[in-house]
Design a protein around this ligand. Sequence first.
Ligand SMILES: [Fe+2]
Length: 296
Amino acid sequence: MDQLKVFHNPETGKDIILDPRTTLRAEHRLNTVMRYAINHAFSLHVAQRQASRNDYPLIRQGFDCVPVITQDTASTLLRHLKTEYLDKQHLEHPPDQQEFPLIEKKLFMGLLEEIFQGTVDDMILSYFQSEYTVLFCSMIVTYPVSEKDITFKGISFKWHSDVAPDYHLKLLVHLNDAEEHKGGTQCINREHTKRFKEIGYVFNDLGNRLSDLSQLAKQFNIDHEETLLSPHTGEAIIFQPSNVLHRGSWPAQGPRYLINLGLVPSRIPWRQMVEQDFEAIVNNTESIFPELKVVI
Ligand SMILES: [Fe+2]
């Protein structure tokens, strides 16, 4: 029990109990119990392609911001989101955040074809060292609301890492420019995140997430740097969500439209996997990690 530490949270006035074992428990559940580690091991074993580089910022620091689709593709997807969903709702006050499935198969496959090529494919390959596939996808709209109106979903806007397998990547493909909505995503590199994992902050209870890490970092003597990423239209934030601390910064002046894609290693290239699992992928808008059953 001597591993437990106490941090007085200035944001709530309450004490937070920090237990470093929460990190081990979370990692064990995802990687071992749910079999994502063995899935990766099998994917590595049969991998036939090799990345041309291994020094991408995505590998070194755990995150990057890169162009992935053209402005035209972003406009087409945004038009689809608006006509298919947003124009049909008659809400007096929009909620803070909404998620919708991208069930138009041609659009979805076209999006993946455009993203998974050239440097972006090489970066992903460089991280997994194997083929990869999509596990979940959703179109997310975040509206500029005042802090007090932010609901439970606002927990993504406090510092956290996702409870997700080690070898997992997330892409947040921006359909409109950060200049337009004034929102973004802040990240802390892998090395510094590790320090916050060691003290038991990173996978703590959702209610204990902090908007400001400075006091916590000061108490435990952790040097860290926060990087704000503000993507342009067609750019994606690509990152290792379980290995880097991150938080969204809420859009300040207009809706932010993005596509959230979750990737995991795969023995079989994504085209075949997505063809086979299309329904499950596009309906997994809650970013759920299913327990993997059989890996041969
Ligand atoms: Fe997250």
